[in-house]
Write a protein of this length. Structure first.
Lengths: 531, 324
């Protein structure tokens, strides 16, 4: 058994900071019951320390941003880390003590990932995706022992200067699989780290006990009588004397997470960072399920509006933003881009207080193989992503395809339909089939809809004050008597004064189609231009 | 005389001095100041200073693919797509529409033959299995007409970025157009792009598109109006490496409206191309191309009693009995 413990000492601060709609340069402090719980580097530089009172902290740094601790937010952020860790082993559990710790049993995965060092490196890369977390990783043969070592590393780090470079954190972490070394290491651990020692600090101090090793050398019966069975039990579990079964983390079938915004968001730009945090959790969940997201919904809960003259607030309303993907994806960058474009088109009816991300529509499939060189498959996937991005910003009806129809009337022979990102083969075949029966006579590329009525002078059509020179024709089109839009026309190719070729027709019966503006009974119409 | 001609025509587009150019060449082929053996290099040339300059010039262009002499056409390091018109290929650097760069067209009006000019290049792109995207076509497109030009119509993608209901202000419409075009160019998954740009575009926006087009492995055509407020646009500098102005070959003045209704039409199928900017010497005379014919012989007026010179007045509605 080899357990790896990941301890995130600043999880609360980081999960809060990730939802803020601005850069992290501002000094931040997280409060718990009027006391500073943790601070970021900018606040620390101003002299704000954990444990200060709220007024003291604000006196030291007037522009300090204060956040409230939120258990639910922390639990979701920890769950994201646990989901990311599920890529390495099915045995992942979240320990009750110490808090903010994820435990992994990796003995059976070591060979797959090429040894402990390689696995740790990949684990660190997988967990430290944005939002960035400071983390301490320790490994030991028992889960409680690994958790204790990781916690100890964080404690040492918190007391000393804040390490900024990852290398500093690395040296504080401790990994040891050989039994002698990790027991030696644990013997030196301070007793304050034990959960069962809480409340007995003064007694232990008075007895001159500071480390786990000192406690272990004392007679067990006396210890049990003075401090209770819980302390002995915890020490036994740390050292592996008694079994310590853990329940593996179970993944929910449906992803649902919510997040309360730090401040009321008036624009969608302010929502985006918090939505990205939720999306990151969704992607971690989807990857752990080995699935890809087909459709997800972001619902925004708005503040109830106070109507004029009526003091009672309206019931808070919610906006639901459903985003469907043409091809299921678990690519964070793509999902984020889609969400951003959809959010940018959204008009908020009222300031937003809370976000909820829900995903029930996912497909289980192996992730696609990564390829070194571009392949047709990767190109078509990239195209689908591009079309989805364009549709997200411009609207689904703005990306269109031309479909030919078997009709002799030029205005009916082609239609443009909103494009599905992947065109159905049947649809394309019908379009191509219609083209096979298309007339062989030349057709203009550009069609004017509706046709432009032309002035007739001395039996000749005039366009832009110049007579048209008829070059070719007539081609008679007489069809459509069955569907109410009959066409009885003689088409000519004509040449404009500037030299460009146009397609004009003359009504065989002077019946003006509806929607054509012009003089009475003109007879001549311009319908196309040869592009 | 020869010396004078060479001195006048050896123009370096990039300011690399000749001494550097000769310093890069191999030592057996001479150093600056060393006696040159021109017999092996330029057969038939004379051991004169003029010949030396010509030799240096010939070697300077081998230094870098982006370097060419003023009287030559530029060579493009990237491949090009043949235009389908041999006369045009001969005038374009690299022998076709450039990939990884914008090609700018200036159009005085819609429907000059621009699609017929571009169709062979687009067909070649589609036959290579790549997508063709049309951004903001200014009018409705006819599927049968495009199919007649050889295009695979169901595989064309039309992007409308300037729909009236989409955004209220014109600047937002501009932004959408430019954003969508840039996304397509940057994605690297689109074969060819054909975009009708919004009028009155700033040069910075076009430069940004040109930078995006450098990631796009295929031709990128942008079409801009050349009339009205933008009539003088061809004098403005452009970041696109190739710029062509299109004009129809003018019709004869039709002085007599009562003349024969189907006269012979010289120049009706032709397009006059002004090569306004290219990597190479300026071409002052427009290039006149013969476009694929729309006046097909089967549909052109055939001489006969029914379609005689007097046929057109006979087509007046009054001569028909309307039973409807």
């Amino acid at each position: 058994m080899l357990w790896i413990a990941i301890h995130l000492p600043l999880l609360s601060l980081e999960s809060w900071a990730a939802t803020l709609p601005f850069a992290l340069q501002a000094p931040l402090a997280l409060m718990n019951a009027q006391r500073v719980l943790s601070v970021n580097a900018a606040a620390q530089a101003l002299g704000v320390r954990p444990g200060l009172k709220r007024a003291t902290a604000l006196a030291l740094a007037p522009d300090l941003l204060l956040g409230r601790i939120d258990e639910a937010r922390d639990a979701q952020a920890l769950l994201r880390v646990a989901h990311a860790a599920l890529a390495f082993t099915p045995m992942v559990s979240i320990g009750p003590h110490p808090a903010h710790t994820v435990l992994l049993e990796v003995q059976s995965s070591l060979r797959c990932f090429g040894g402990e060092a390689a696995l740790l490196q990949r684990l660190r890369a997988a967990v430290t995706r944005p939002p960035l977390h400071r983390l301490h990783i320790a490994s030991a043969p028992t889960p409680q022992g690994a958790a204790l070592l990781a916690h100890w590393a964080s404690r040492g780090c918190a007391d000393g200067p804040v390490p900024d470079a990852p290398a500093d954190i690395e040296t504080l972490d401790w990994h040891g699989a050989s039994p002698g070394r990790w027991r030696q290491r644990l013997d030196a651990a301070p007793l304050a780290l034990l959960a069962a020692a809480a409340g007995h600090e003064a007694a232990l101090q008075g007895m001159g006990l500071h480390t786990l090793g000192a406690l272990r050398r004392l007679p067990r019966a006396g210890l049990a009588r003075r401090f209770g069975e819980a302390l002995l039990d915890e020490i036994d579990r740390i050292l592996g004397v008694c079994p310590d079964p853990r329940l593996p983390l179970a993944l929910p079938e449906v992803f649902s997470a919510q997040l309360e915004l730090w401040t009321r968001a008036d624009t969608t730009d302010q929502i985006l960072p918090a939505a990205a945090v939720l999306l990151e959790q969704l992607v971690a969940w989807a990857r752990a399920r080995q699935g890809r997201v087909g459709r997800f919904a972001l619902s925004l809960r708005h503040e109830g509006r106070r109507t004029r003259g009526d003091l009672a607030r309206e019931a808070p309303c919610a906006t639901e933003l459903a985003i469907s993907l043409t091809q299921p994806s678990s690519d964070m960058a793509h999902l984020h881009a889609l969400l951003r474009e959809h959010l940018s088109r959204l008009q908020l009816p009222a300031p937003t207080l809370e976000l909820r991300l829900h995903c029930a529509d996912w497909v289980a499939s192996a992730p696609p193989n990564e390829s070194l060189f571009p392949t047709p498959r990767s190109e078509s996937e990239g195209l689908v992503h591009l079309i989805e991005r364009l549709q997200a910003r411009l609207g689904p009806g703005q990306v269109r395809r031309l479909v030919a129809a078997a009709d002799h009337r030029p205005e009916c022979a082609s239609r443009s339909l909103p494009a599905q990102a992947a065109l159905g083969r049947a649809e394309a075949a019908i379009g191509r089939g219609a083209l096979h029966g298309a007339p062989t006579a030349p057709r203009p590329v550009w069609l004017l809809n509706p046709p432009q009525a032309l002035r007739e002078h001395r039996h000749r059509p005039w366009l832009d004050g110049q007579p048209l020179q008829l070059l070719c024709g007539p081609e008679r089109i007489e069809t459509g008597w069955w569907d109410g839009l009959p066409a009885e026309r003689d088409y000519f190719i004509a040449r404009q004064g500037s030299g460009a070729l146009v397609w004009v027709y003359r009504l065989r019966h002077a019946r003006i189609p509806e929607g054509v503006a012009g003089e009475a009974a003109p007879g001549w119409f311009l319908q196309g231009r040869f592009g | 005389l020869k010396e004078k001609w060479l001195a006048q025509n050896t123009v370096y587009k990039y300011s690399i001095p000749v001494d550097i150019a000769s310093a890069f060449s191999s030592p057996t082929h001479g150093r600056p100041g060393a006696p040159v053996r021109p017999v092996a290099l330029l057969p038939g040339s004379l051991p004169l200073p003029g010949a030396q300059a010509a030799w240096k010039a010939a070697h300077a262009v081998q230094l870098h693919p982006g370097l060419w002499l003023g009287h030559q056409l530029g060579r493009l390091a990237d491949h090009t797509v043949p235009t389908g018109f041999a006369a045009l290929d001969a005038e374009l650097p690299g022998g076709g529409w450039p990939c990884r760069g914008l090609t700018e067209f200036l159009l005085p009006q819609l429907g000059l033959g621009e699609i017929r000019l571009l169709a062979p290049g687009l067909v070649a792109t589609q036959q290579a299995g790549r997508l063709v995207m049309l951004f903001d076509p200014p009018a409705e497109l006819s599927a049968p007409a495009l199919a007649q030009l050889g295009l695979d119509v169901p595989e064309l993608l039309l992007i409308q970025t300037r729909a009236p209901g989409l955004a209220s202000s014109a600047s937002a419409n501009h932004q959408n157009s430019l954003w969508a075009l840039e996304q397509a160019l940057k994605s690297g998954h689109v074969g060819a792009v054909l975009a009708w740009l919004p009028p009155l575009l700033r040069t910075e926006h076009l430069r940004r598109l040109q930078l995006a087009a450098q990631a796009h492995d295929g031709p990128a055509f942008v079409l801009r109006p050349w009339c009205g407020q933008e009539a003088g646009i061809h004098t403005h500098p452009t970041p696109a490496p190739l710029r062509l102005g299109l004009r129809p070959v003018g019709a004869r003045a039709m002085a007599d409206p009562g003349a024969a209704p189907f006269p012979s039409a010289p120049g009706a199928e032709q397009l006059s191309l002004h090569l306004l900017k290219r990597r190479g010497p300026p071409r002052l005379q427009p290039l006149v191309l013969k476009l694929p014919s729309v006046l097909a012989p089967t549909h052109a007026r055939a001489p006969g009693p029914a379609m005689d010179g007097e046929a057109l007045p006979a087509l007046r509605p009054a001569t028909f009995v309307n039973l409807a």
